[in-house]
Write a protein that binds this ligand. Sequence first.
Ligand SMILES: [Zn+2]
Length: 215
Amino acid sequence: MPFRTPKLRSVRGRVIIAMSFLVVYVLASYIIVEKYFFIKRKGNASAPKVELEYVVVHLDFKGAPPKLAYLESLLPMLKKHGVNGLLIEYEDMFPYDGPLSILSKWNSYKKKELRAYLTAAVASGFEIIPLIQTFGHMEFALKHPELGFLRENPNFTDSICPSSPMSQNFLEKMIGQIIRFHRKIAPLRYIHVGCDEVTHINHCDLCRQRNSTKA
Ligand SMILES: [Zn+2]
């Protein structure tokens, strides 16, 4: 019969308690991790569902605009992910008419193919919202020497002068062409007029005379 001192029994007791804590700790960790990954696997089913009237994708055609056939091939995927609106920033890819045709890039979309794309998008249930820049981000227009007189600062092509009646006239024509084109395809409920990042403001004499603040 082995002889155990009270001290030895005390050490053994501590080891048993420590082991018990370790088992509980490992079990708890496993449950937490399993629950976390389970939620991840289930697509975070407990997260509240966000209900939005519109889920809109911004198609920005500056730089390297995609072919319309490719954009059309994306429509089913966008729809599958809950997208129901397209915000289309044409830049120089819109097929402008008349004197405004200088705004259209050499490889701008042809009217026929653009009409076909928009018709397909509308038929798939997408709301179409053209984005027409009217203040900043006007490089696609103001880079042309013929329109240089509309620049707020003659050295920069980004911002149009908001005080000149000629700016208003120009913008009305540009917006008018885009609205008329879209209305022949489907009712147009919204347009987006840009107005972000107007980096040059209150530079020209006309604007300064109005004594407006930069804000
Ligand atoms: Zn001005």
